[in-house]
Write a protein that binds this ligand. Structure first.
Ligand SMILES: Cc1cc2nc3c(=O)[nH]c(=O)nc-3n(C[C@H](O)[C@H](O)[C@H](O)COP(=O)(O)O)c2cc1C
Length: 313
């Protein structure tokens, strides 16, 4: 079984991916949150995010969010020069600010534009391509037109989050759309969505037994052991505590190295804890204490108490 880490803008950045890979070893590939074009250029933060030096894990795939062929080819050329041989195309970002500009899930009802982009990509670059998509922009029926189009291209992977854009990241998973993709795509799709525990994984596996590749996002942010648990690896309480502490230390150090002041580091760590706190017995209390911390001392105290609370399990 193969498990990928989903790209999550603001969370699974290179500091996270590097720290995660140093402590946990059951993710088979890491996807970089999308990069895009702004005023015909690539922002320095996107360059820093994709530079190979920051992406030394065994398989790292950068993702692009684009509105047309020009942007797609421009970013693909940049990524090729940066040293990548594979790119992922975002056809799933659901936010209206993005979809109204014809990007992300905003392309799903524009088959003609997707076709132009894929034709140009495969005739003008030597890169490999995977796509990550939703079931549709406004209707899950859109998948019925997208799948036959995707089948015309030698994609390495099709990753499907079976929701439509309006649902954002909540509400029922559209099971029939994933089943449709399983039955109609030339290559079996990668499943993505709402796998937050071994139990939810098992339920999805029962629904889609032929699926071998799974992409996990928020479930890993909440429980970094989830990929290992799904792959049947277990750890002692002591090992778990040591790994969580080490992971936290590397995150704190990593942001310390990349940010110019401690306030920003603590803000970024607070964001990290919004999910990481679920690895502790009293999630709400733990996160509240971290959120309240304004300086290094109170932050360290909140963290110390959080790790102390693990002793009560
Ligand atoms: C805050 C946030 C940022 C995200 N950023 C991206 C992104 O940059 N590219 C992308 O393809 N998906 C992005 N996603 C979607 C995730 O990759 C994933 O599809 C989604 O969270 C569902 O998987 P999960 O239920 O395992 O978390 C984002 C999701 C969230 C909540």
């Amino acid at each position: 079984m193969i498990i990928y880490l989903a790209p999550i803008q603001g969370f699974t950045d290179f500091v996270y991916r590097k720290a995660y890979a140093a402590v946990f070893s059951h993710i088979d590939a890491f996807f970089i949150p999308y990069i895009s074009v702004k005023n015909n250029t690539i922002l320095p933060k996107h360059k820093r995010e994709t530079v190979l030096y920051n992406n030394a894990q065994k398989r790292v795939i950068p993702q692009v969010l684009v509105k047309n062929t020009d942007e797609f080819l421009f970013l693909s050329a940049f990524l090729k020069t940066a040293g990548y041989n594979e790119v992922n195309l975002n056809l799933g970002c659901p936010y209206p600010m993005v979809t109204k500009r014809g990007k992300g899930a905003g392309l799903l009802n524009n088959i003609y534009e997707i076709e132009k982009m894929l034709d140009s990509f495969f005739t003008q670059t030597s890169l490999k391509l995977s796509v990550k998509l939703r079931a549709g922009l406004t209707s899950s029926n859109e998948i019925k037109a997208v799948v036959p189009l995707l089948n015309r291209y030698p994609l390495t992977e099709v990753i499907l989050h079976p929701r439509i854009a309006g649902q954002l990241y909540k509400g029922a998973i559209n099971e029939w759309t994933f089943r449709f993709a399983v039955e109609n795509l030339k290559k079996k799709p990668v499943y993505n969505g709402d796998i937050f525990s071994v139990e939810t994984f098992k339920k999805r596996k029962l629904l889609f037994p032929e699926t071998e590749k799974w992409m996990l996002g928020r479930g890993v942010l909440m429980n970094p052991f989830l990929p290992a648990e799904i792959k049947n690896c277990s750890f002692t309480h002591e090992e778990r505590t040591t790994k969580l502490k080490e992971f936290h230390r590397l995150m704190y150090e990593g942001y310390g190295e990349t940010m110019d002041n401690l306030g920003n580091v603590i803000n970024k760590m607070t964001q990290f804890w919004s999910y990481f706190s679920y690895s502790f017995p009293n999630q709400k209390k733990v996160f509240k204490a971290v959120k309240k911390a304004k300086g290094e001392e109170s932050y360290n105290e909140a963290v110390r108490k959080a790790f102390y609370s693990l002793n009560s399990i």
